[in-house]
Design a protein around this ligand. Structure first.
Ligand code: ATP
Length: 135
């Protein structure tokens, strides 16, 4: 089976590095599946899960937006934050979810804080889903 190198990198350093058979992720434009030999491209990512198929298993990384860059020999995912499924602190994500939900109930829809809370809620839900492998 053909493979391609993948790295998921954040400002704090690399989170995931491997040779994989397929990368699936959520670009702003929709689901994106990348196989070895994919044409070079750069695309913005949504807050979501990155699935990495490798040797009969699928690794999952939660990413908080960012970009995917596909080059002939490598896929690079550059994210503001990223965690592998088993590194996610679920209690922390649940607390973040509750905080964000409370803010959303208190704020006006058009305020800056409402948008911030909405993104915080998306990050928290994504972490919870990835840790439970549901997405
Ligand atoms: P919180 O309010 O809990 O800090 P957040 O969404 O504001 O959540 P981020 O700004 O996205 O957090 O991330 C800050 C750092 O904390 C990053 O390094 C990120 O990987 C890490 N992080 C955030 N939430 C979790 C979590 N539930 N489990 C593990 N690491 C986390």
């Amino acid at each position: 089976m053909k493979t391609i190198k993948v790295s998921v990198v954040t400002p704090d350093g690399p989170v995931y590095e491997s040779d994989v058979e397929m990368v699936s992720t959520k670009a702003e434009s929709g689901e994106l599946g990348i196989l070895p030999g994919h044409i070079p491209m750069v695309a913005p990512l949504q807050i979501g899960a990155v699935r990495l198929k490798t040797q009969g298993k699928t690794d999952i990384v939660a990413v908080s937006g960012g970009f995917v860059e596909v080059r002939p020999d490598k896929v690079s995912i550059l994210a503001q934050s990223a965690e592998q499924a088993d590194e996610i602190d679920v209690d922390r994500a649940l607390r973040a979810k509750e905080r964000a939900e409370k803010r959303l109930n208190d704020q006006k829809r058009e305020s800056v804080d409402f948008k911030r809370a909405e993104l915080a809620l998306q990050r928290a839900l994504n972490r919870i889903n990835v840790s439970e492998r549901q997405f």
